[in-house]
Write a protein that binds this ligand. Structure first.
Ligand code: DX5
Ligand code: ZN
Length: 223
């Protein structure tokens, strides 16, 4: 059976005590750190860049999953890889030459991901699905944490699962935005492989127990 991954989003951590929150994730059952890079152009907010990623890399004992919500991401791929990124995800909507950008990421040795905004249909990936290591479905509009899950992301996950399976692609399906204990099981059932969770983890009374609960869900398939 496929075992899913859980990737807490550092965006929802306490930046004044970042080291402590990194250590909390280190000591949990989480699989990856999800790091949201925003540039004030592709999305309204500005978060952090490669220097903070590098600082987190020094403390993290799990792979860094770097989600680039920036325009012209191809200019910075080498920098984020050097800063310690294990997965680098770019937005479909920010990449007119996506095939080239995906291979640029792979050439650095990182895993290459592509993210889709909520309105971007899955079928647009038909001709690239065999090249990518991960597809990140945005289940909120990118730009900030703590938003409500967009329900349409559930049938969209199923559609993407079907595309990946019929094409024999190895791409992981990552769901990002509004994910928590209330919808994790349904998402896994729909075919998700990686659950990103920001506020549902860091705003919880017991973040480590919440991560454990997110890991404990299982997708049960009817054959
Ligand atoms: C949104 C970011 C997400 C965000 C998720 O633009 O890409 O990774 O941190 O936060 P929650 O889980 O609070 O919706
Ligand atoms: Zn993200």
């Amino acid at each position: 059976m496929r075992k899913h991954l859980v990737a807490p989003s550092v965006l929802a951590a306490d930046f004044a005590r970042l080291g402590e929150d990194i250590e909390l994730v280190n000591n949990s059952e989480a699989d990856w750190f999800h790091l949201d890079v925003m540039d004030g152009r592709f999305v309204q907010n500005i978060t952090f860049g490669m220097f903070i990623v590098e600082a987190i890399h020094k403390l993290a004992r799990k792979p860094l999953d770097v989600h680039l919500m920036i325009v012209e991401p191809e200019r910075y791929i080498g920098d984020f890889r050097k800063a310690g990124a294990h997965v680098i995800t770019v937005h479909y909507e920010a990449c007119p030459h996506l095939h080239r950008t995906i291979h640029q990421i792979k050439d650095t040795g990182a895993l290459a991901g592509v993210a889709l905004n909520p309105h971007t249909p899955v079928h647009l990936l038909e001709d690239i699905i065999e090249d990518v290591d991960l597809v990140c479905l945005m289940s909120v509009n990118p730009g900030k944490g703590g938003q409500k899950f967009i329900y349409q992301s559930l049938p969209k996950t199923r559609k993407l699962r079907e595309l990946i399976d019929t094409r024999n692609s190895k791409a992981l399906i990552e769901i990002d935005g509004g994910v928590g204990l209330h919808n994790a099981e349904a998402l896994l059932q729909a075919g998700a492989d990686v659950l990103v969770a920001g506020s549902s983890v860091f705003a919880a009374e017991d973040p480590v127990a919440t991560i454990q609960a997110l890991k404990a869900f299982e997708a049960v398939f009817d054959f």
